[in-house]
Design a protein around this ligand. Structure first.
Ligand code: SF4
Length: 106
């Protein structure tokens, strides 16, 4: 067996690094990418219009057990702390949040 040349060794290292970086990029789940959306601010006009709160337990308007995580418009993964909402494209909402547009999951 021939000894590897330094340039071949460098090439093999680069290929291995490229393959591992590709694996890491592909392994990221859609939920992880969704978690990168900016959070909806409760102070935003569109949030205020539907009384959005980041913690349903602290808002007396929220029916018992109604949270974003149990809402039909919530698109976050099960067990996620935040996720997208169909009502607020491009923004995440807190899983334990709530707004007056809450709808039961079907
Ligand atoms: S529509 Fe549902 S998921 Fe979206 S903010 Fe309101 S309660 Fe949360």
């Amino acid at each position: 067996m021939e000894p590897e040349s330094p340039s071949r060794r460098r090439l093999l290292k680069r290929l291995a690094l490229g393959a591992s970086m590709t694996t890491v990029a592909l392994a990221r789940s859609p939920q992880a990418r969704a978690a990168e959306l900016p959070l909806l601010s409760p102070a935003a006009p569109e949030a205020k219009a539907v009384y959005y709160t980041e913690d349903a337990a602290k808002d007396t308007r929220a029916p018992k057990g109604a949270t974003c995580a149990s809402c039909g418009l919530y698109q976050g993964a099960n067990g996620s702390s935040q996720g997208p909402c169909q009502l607020f494209p491009g923004r995440d909402v807190k899983a334990k949040g709530w707004c007056s547009s809450w709808a039961p999951q079907i």
